[in-house]
Design a binder for this molecule. Structure first.
Ligand SMILES: Cc1ncc(COP(=O)(O)O)c(C=O)c1O
Length: 527
């Protein structure tokens, strides 16, 4: 008879009640704050549903991540704390671990990929973390962190796949459920949660399903970084070969084992959103709070808008967790530009018109008479390239979704062939900056840079005033949201007209700089 081996039973999986107990006794408030749950008034009015914002962007390190990291570290034994902790992260987890460790008086080694921006390295150092740069990607840094963990006897603090980390993140939901009562109604139909590795949603879903299971938990991912949704659909963890990096806080190729179990069993629905929708949501959040969140921090709001539109809901109450605000300042320009597209506040077109005098003016009249009221020209780029036809890259403000196709049809009807580029990534990201180049047709060209006060209708006024007898061979204008508009104009002025041209410029009265002698003009634009 074979000897019976005693096998240690695997611990039973934690239930929502277990997590409720763990979250209720989690230690997070040594470093984290109880953040506000507040109504987003403008967005609520627009969506005809009440939208509540959980302001995790206002945590000391500008994200919820310090809750889980600190709870994990606070459970360590004095011996473990004496040796120190280690993690691999280029983002918010790194800052959470560094802050928590300094509070607990322990050493924190943070392994970051060599590609990590200096601002993030500095932030971790400022919080007392020891930064080790290793490898080109997160996985390289992770492998190195595991080696250091062993070699130096450090304790690894996982960014998401650890019950203590999950329980720490669950305190967000505990607060929300309590705070609801202070907002006049206990009603909450759904909570929307961004997912990276799944720590936050596991924590939140366990609490919600233990206490108020009727509240829907909706997980939100980027459409190019949806490892959790795919894994749940496949019934097993799926590794994505690549992930989009725009929402860097949620860019995870492989979700955790425990977080996968939590999300598969407890999350009611998954949704994906795209970059333009996230940019528009960043703007919505700004309008209501005057705060700027990072892309991951806006996923939940983008999903609420999508959900309300898809299900045509009215009078429901939704909560979005604004999970982070570590936004690089230099990304704001991209976000502002794409927000207009995400909301369809700007439409873009390629308009073809006859290359003849008076065409621009006629076209401006068509713009002025478009149905739907006054529109501003946000962009007008043109370079002469053909003796028969002119192609203008045009941007116009719009008021509602779906308008661009109607405007294009209207241009067509008026004899200006128009291609709707509103949803064309190539046009959005590249072509708009590339209109121009040398033109063999532009003899006698003079190049002028004008500055004028940026007001509604300013460009139209400028073009109307600028109706000299000389042909416009180049025009470049982009509304940058600044107080002064900047326009570059090429005009074909024969030498014999020099005097008349000087007179025209002084009558026009706009400040200008003549750039005809600029070497950059010679290299890139002149004939
Ligand atoms: C701002 C922000 N949002 C969301 C997440 C995703 O959290 P989780 O990995 O727990 O799903 C992160 C993770 O770092 C984050 O920093």
């Amino acid at each position: 008879m074979p000897a019976r081996r005693s096998v240690a039973a695997a611990p039973a999986p934690l239930t929502p009640s277990d997590y409720l107990r763990k979250s209720l006794s989690a230690r997070v408030y040594d470093v984290a704050r109880e953040t506000a749950l507040e109504p987003a008034r403008t967005l609520s009015r627009r969506l005809h549903n009440k939208v509540l914002l959980k302001r995790e962007d206002q945590q000391p390190v500008f994200s919820f991540k310090l809750r889980g990291a600190y709870n994990k570290m606070a459970q360590l034994t004095p011996e473990q704390l004496k040796k120190g902790v280690i993690c691999a992260s280029a983002g918010n987890h790194a800052q959470g671990v560094a802050l928590g460790a300094s509070k607990l008086g322990t050493r924190a080694v943070i392994v970051m990929p060599t590609t990590t921006p200096q601002v993030k390295i500095d932030a971790v150092k400022q919080l007392g973390g020891e930064v080790v740069l290793s490898g080109e990607s997160y996985s390289d840094a992770y492998t190195h962190a595991l080696q250091l963990e062993k070699k130096q006897g450090l304790t690894f603090v996982h960014p998401f796949d650890d019950p203590d980390v999950i329980a720490g993140q669950g305190t967000v939901a505990l607060e929300m459920l309590r705070q609801l009562q202070t907002l006049g109604s206990n009603r909450l139909d759904a909570v929307f949660v961004a997912i990276g590795g799944g720590g936050l949603i596991s924590g939140v879903a366990n609490i919600i399903k233990a206490v108020r299971p009727e509240i829907k938990v909706i997980g939100v991912q980027m459409n190019d970084s949806d490892a959790m949704m795919r894994s749940v659909q496949a019934g097993e963890r799926v590794t994505l070969p690549d992930v989009g990096l725009f929402s860097d806080g949620t860019a995870v190729k492989l979700v955790g084992e425990e977080t996968f179990r939590g999300a598969s069993g407890l999350v009611d629905e998954f949704m994906t959103v795209d970059t333009d929708a996230v940019c528009a949501a960043i703007k919505d959040i700004f309008v209501d709070t005057r705060s700027i969140v990072e892309p991951a921090g806006a996923l939940a709001v983008a999903a609420i808008k999508q959900y309300a539109a898809q299900h045509k809901t009215k009078g429901e109450t939704y909560a979005a967790i604004l999970c982070g605000a570590n936004m690089n300042f230099d990304r704001l320009r991209f976000v502002a530009e794409r927000a207009e597209v995400g909301e369809e506040r700007e439409a873009l077109f390629a308009v073809t018109m006859p290359e003849e005098r008076g065409s621009f003016k006629r076209f401006l009249e068509v713009i002025g008479n478009l149905p739907g009221g006054q529109r501003n020209v946000t962009e007008f780029n043109y370079r002469m390239s053909d003796s028969q036809q002119a192609h203008v890259f045009l941007g116009l403000t719009t008021q509602s979704k779906g308008e661009s196709a109607k405007i294009a049809a209207n241009f067509d009807k008026q004899g200006f062939k128009a291609l709707d580029l509103t949803h064309d990534d190539l046009a959005q990201e590249h072509i708009r900056h590339m209109v121009g180049g040398h033109s063999a047709l532009s003899q006698d060209e003079r190049l002028l840079r004008f500055v004028f006060p940026e007001r509604p209708g300013a460009l139209t006024k400028f073009l109307n005033l600028m109706r000299p007898g000389w042909n416009i061979s180049l025009f470049h204008y982009r509304n940058q949201g600044a107080d002064y508009g900047r326009i570059l104009v090429g005009l074909q002025v024969p030498a014999k007209d020099d005097k008349a041209f000087a007179k025209f410029l002084s009558t026009l009265g706009y400040p200008y700089v003549e750039e005809t002698g600029n070497p950059a003009y010679r290299l890139f634009l002149r004939r």
